[in-house]
Design a protein around this ligand. Sequence first.
Ligand SMILES: NC(=O)c1ccc[n+]([C@@H]2O[C@H](COP(=O)([O-])OP(=O)(O)OC[C@H]3O[C@@H](n4cnc5c(N)ncnc54)[C@H](O)[C@@H]3O)[C@@H](O)[C@H]2O)c1
Length: 290
Amino acid sequence: MSGEWGRCRMSGEWGRASFRVSRLSQHLAAVPLAAGPARRFEGQVCVITGGARGIGRAIAERLCLEGARAMCLFDVGDSTEAVGALQKAFPSAKVLAKKLDLTEEPAVMKAVAEVVKEFGRVDVLVQAAGITGKTGIKTHEVDTADFDRVFSVNVKGIFLCAKAVLPSMLESGYGRIVNIASISGKDGNAGMLAYSASKAAVINLTKVIGKDYVNNGKDITVNCIAPAVVQTAMVDAMPKEQVKYMTDKIPMGRTGRLDEVASTVAFVASQECSFTTGFCFDATGGRSVY
Ligand SMILES: NC(=O)c1ccc[n+]([C@@H]2O[C@H](COP(=O)([O-])OP(=O)(O)OC[C@H]3O[C@@H](n4cnc5c(N)ncnc54)[C@H](O)[C@@H]3O)[C@@H](O)[C@H]2O)c1
């Protein structure tokens, strides 16, 4: 939440008109690239799960580029390299990492409480942490423990982080939550039972959370994105035939790029995305038909 929005919220009709003008000018400033990147996250406090690498890291870069005041990476992996690179590229932002397993509720609550204590609130939560589990196998070959772990990270992890940040968003009156689902959650990719089903759960969980906080006098929206294949370490670790199966389904005939996903997320995570909640945005090169 920018200070400007905070001031406008408190000062009635004048504030609303002023905020509309300010938002319009921000929007116009975003159009000509020669004018530099938009600054849609100026002064905002952002938490990105899975920010150590891949899609999460690309989103963190984009939000910093657009002025984030604080960038907090939550990841079970080592975020040292990502933090160093972000801090170097964006010295005016405060970049930090919390190393935690998002399936553990006390750890999630503690990490979010520390962020709120240090920065006062959380404006944006992007949930990119996720695992595929074993893929390229038929349903009767799925290991039950693997199924449980995929659901624990991909679904319970998203629920826990949302649960942890929502009180801060309710208190400040502003918040954006963006969950990274997958086209497999709509279509159901053969060979990926646990992953596809968990991503369907992410899409539905997003719809419920969106509806839970709609029309309550606060500007809180909760949406998700369903990307098709983006070449990351996660995809590199999958069987080649599984990746070919998924890539062959993309009508544009290519995989998505990190910057394309980050760009879509940046819109959904910004104040500009103010009339859409509980929705699943597409990033599939034409694969998704609904
Ligand atoms: N890459 C794709 O093709 C693709 C397509 C659709 C959706 N997605 C989704 O996008 C998200 C990011 O994918 P990616 O390709 O960047 O993957 P990635 O494996 O490169 O990054 C995922 C990050 O999540 C972290 N993580 C995993 N389990 C965690 C846990 N329990 N607690 C905390 N952090 C944990 C990992 O350490 C890693 O840094 C995932 O949710 C994935 O399902 C990816």
